[in-house]
Design a protein around this ligand. Structure first.
Ligand code: HEC
Length: 148
């Protein structure tokens, strides 16, 4: 196995873990619930892609493209969903979001761009695209989400 191949497999596992581990109890405060639902939708679509990358689901270019498109679309709604500071005991959002909303918006834009640019034409392309998308999840969660 080449080092770059290793990196890819490790990253696929990490992204898969991110997509599945992250389901916490649901918030009840409506704006918090709405933004968590958007994130869950992003997570479910990411799981569709990572399941194919791991071989848990047959590669299906159309389904993978639809998942990437849904991620891009939902990422586009994130700035509006997070704009007003709202809290809930079940929220893992950090107050830093509202101290640096410009950076938060940029990171949502980076996810949208990576998902929109995803190439799902082959399994190898899917794995590479998933890594690019996954980096943008991590970049935002590192700064703006409590570790769960
Ligand atoms: C622009 C920043 C940002 C990006 C990009 C981002 N997230 Fe999130 N995500 C958050 C924040 C903030 C929360 C915590 C929301 C809360 O609990 O109020 C969160 C929460 C979640 C949750 C938990 C939702 C719940 O019900 O508690 C999942 C799952 C999730 N993200 C998956 C992903 C995946 C997968 C990606 C990439 C494909 C991604 N996120 C990209 C900011 C982001």
């Amino acid at each position: 196995m080449t080092p770059s191949h290793m990196t890819r497999v490790t990253c696929a596992a990490l992204v898969a873990a991110t997509a599945t581990l992250a389901y916490a109890a649901d918030a009840t405060n409506p704006p918090v619930k709405a933004r968590q639902e958007a994130m869950e939708k992003i997570g479910e679509n990411m799981k569709t892609i990572s399941d194919m990358a791991k071989g848990d689901r047959a590669f299906d270019a159309a389904a993978a493209s639809a998942a990437a498109a849904a991620i891009a679309e939902t990422a586009g709604t994130a700035p509006a969903l997070f704009e007003t500071q709202a809290d809930d005991p079940e929220s893992t959002a950090k107050p830093a979001i509202w101290q640096d909303f410009g950076s938060f918006t940029e990171k949502a834009g980076a996810l949208k761009a990576a998902a929109a640019a995803a190439d799902m034409g082959s399994l190898d392309a899917l794995k590479a695209s998933m890594m690019e998308i996954g980096k943008t999840c991590k970049s935002c969660h590192d700064d703006f989400r409590e570790k769960t």
